[in-house]
Design a protein around this ligand. Sequence first.
Ligand code: MN
Length: 430
Amino acid sequence: MTQFPISTDLVAEHNNGDRPALDEDYAALSARLARKGMNIDSIKDQVKDFGVAVPSWGAGRGGTRFAKFPLAGEPTNIHEKLEDCAVIHQLGQATPRVSPHFPWDCVDDYGALREEAADLGLGFDAVNSNTFQDQVGQAQTYATGSLASTVPATREQAVAHNIDCIEIGRKLGSESLTVWVGDGTNFPGQQDLGSSFDRYVEAASQIYAALPDDWTMMLEHKMFEPAFYSSIISDWGSSLMAAQELGEKAKCLVDLGHHAPNVNIEQIVARLNRAGKLGGFHFNDSKYGDDDLDSGSINPHQLFLVFNELVEAANKSDGPFNPSYMIDQSHNVTDPIESMISSSETIAGCYAKALLVDRDALHAAQHDNDVMLAFRTLRAAYSTDVAPILAMARAENGGAIDWLGVYRKSQYRERKAQERKAVGLGAGIV
Ligand SMILES: [Mn+2]
């Protein structure tokens, strides 16, 4: 029996009140889609099966480089984070897995942690290693790099930590390791740009060698920060080169905030897919840089265009097409539970809109170079209000039609503020 953190009676009571209006809206959209030859139930069923992982580190309040403003009742350890992630999934029904980060989420007994998550209705997604900050008692510093360090002992330490993460992940039921390193330089001339990449690939190949056969090693690129002159895996080209050198189980992870402003990310998605190297995503949104804002809060159209490529790729795929979907956001001014339900709804909504694209009409217009018809075909799907599909999928899966109303009525955060120890003031990026 799943232990639901929010009263199921409260969810049912709200849903009973909200259901008549939803039924009306759903029927109206159903009729509208039927006129175009589309079956709303088929779209809804695909949305019901859609899942995006939430990051354990996103359950707490994030910070900027300047400050962090703690939220009363925010989680302070992996057990409390799991409980909050269970609320997100219970009400939103789109986030069945949690992506943990080590050593931030270290415990003594990972078998017990896996059971604890399962009792809450959750599984584990990709494990994330951390060689971008030093830990207490660590022999070598990562101040000038980790996998690409000029110091052999530092590279060995970074490799060993990643292999530890794989071992933890096996106990948790995970099937992938995400590797992001902060390695790079702040000054021209600080390191040789060619040989530093060689060192990275050589060290990464040792991690790759320890990867179980059914696992994926996802390489996450990021243009800059913490290094501001050069980053070792700065872009999808560097990521693709490394993944191709490592082997079949190495793939590229696209974090939407890790590109220069206005870069055509959907084209990067199509390119990586063509190379067989599209591993997964970190969803978030960005106005200026790696802002880690809520998914689709700034540019929902871009998110839709990414999903348009994903649906296109899935349709063309011979075998299974299942890139890994994860949220990677920092919540500085909202309750992280509310932000992550809202974001998962936005992400699922972009997926639903991409499913609504009339592919035959689009392909015909593309073939005929009918530019306006091709554009309007995409735009017709994007401008469809899919809220009734999302709400119905949520309700049928046991979630809340009005998730924000139910969450606030539950007073979950207020209760946790009484139970949990307070988080101190702090600074820093999470
Ligand atoms: Mn990321």
